[in-house]
Design a protein around this ligand. Structure first.
Ligand SMILES: C[S@@+](CC[C@H](N)C(=O)[O-])C[C@H]1O[C@@H](n2cnc3c(N)ncnc32)[C@H](O)[C@@H]1O
Length: 274
């Protein structure tokens, strides 16, 4: 009860300071109220999921051994160990958990994107791992968008897990604001995107809105990593409307930076070449 009141007060303070956030707050609330409408096929996530190495190999059209070499390679293991050692500040404990980092790193290493877009930064685990991958490629830039959670004091810790050297990298820009506020002008500015990690608003409408907004800005052959798709049918509806076969992989749990017990799922999409 106390937590709910302090959360409500934090929301009130934020929207008083920045009234442009009112629609975002309403959308999040509304999304929760109507969530059940879009949960008709969620059992399919577990049924359709394939092991992550197989899913990546299929999407990237490479042998599983190629994926395994990057995933089990020394640089990635070292970066993950560093991220695991990041001590989350007390005030920021409620900030969202990590995306599927091994998948993000492997995709960036194997596809060598020039332009990467990420929505949802929080502690910045995925930001850090993709910046490492871009550094290892010696090319590419990452544009990250994040609207910090509506909790007092958390905004100061956005991207806290990103090592200082990478934070200062000219390869990275962080834009603070909601996807809906920030993306229209960002998408116009950065040109065609090669790789898109979505890990921000987890509502049905939020996901579909952003995926549809970004889709025309993706280069043919671009790769999408859509985190935490299990809560509703958005991913299945999205790929269904595009006539694509859903490719779903389970996320790790109870290990390393993946500190939760439940199994979550990631949707993978490759934009057709034509
Ligand atoms: C799961 S966390 C991201 C974790 C991050 N990708 C990582 O691997 O560490 C989700 C983040 O998205 C932010 N977020 C939620 N709704 C958003 C929206 N509409 N626009 C932008 N960011 C949003 C949350 O406040 C939170 O910081």
């Amino acid at each position: 009860m106390r937590a709910a009141v302090s959360r409500a007060l934090a929301v009130l303070q934020r929207v008083t300071r920045d009234p442009t956030l009112v629609p975002e707050v309403w959308r999040k609330l509304h999304g929760r109220l109507i969530a059940r409408r879009y949960q008709r096929r969620t059992r399919l996530y577990a049924e359709l999921a394939v092991p992550c190495v197989d899913g990546l190999a299929r999407m990237l059209d490479v042998e599983p051994a190629v994926v395994q070499t990057v995933m089990n390679g020394e640089p990635l293991r070292g970066y993950l160990a560093d991220l695991e050692a990041y001590r989350v500040p007390q005030q920021a404990r409620a900030m969202g958990g990590a995306a599927f980092l091994e998948v993000c790193y492997t995709i960036v290493r194997l596809t060598r994107p020039k332009v990467v877009l990420e929505t949802g930064v929080a502690h910045g685990y995925s930001t850090a791992i993709m910046l490492h991958a871009l550094e290892d490629n010696n090319e590419g830039e990452l544009h990250s968008v994040d609207l910090p959670m509506f909790l007092p004091g958390v905004a100061a810790f956005t991207g806290g897990a990103v090592p200082p050297r990478l934070r200062a990298s000219p390869r990275w820009e962080l834009l603070v604001g909601s996807d809906r506020q920030v993306l229209p002008s960002l998408l116009k500015r950065i040109g065609l995107i090669d790789c898109f990690l979505y890990d921000s608003d987890k509502s049905y409408e939020g996901m579909l809105h952003t995926w549809r907004l970004v889709w025309p800005h993706l280069r043919p052959g671009a790769v999408l990593v859509l985190d935490d798709v299990q809560a509703h049918d958005a991913f299945l509806d999205f790929v269904g409307a595009l006539g694509l076969t859903p490719l779903i992989i389970p996320k790790p749990a109870r290990q390393g930076v993946y500190r939760w017990d439940d199994v979550y799922y990631v949707g993978l999409v490759r934009k057709p070449q034509t």
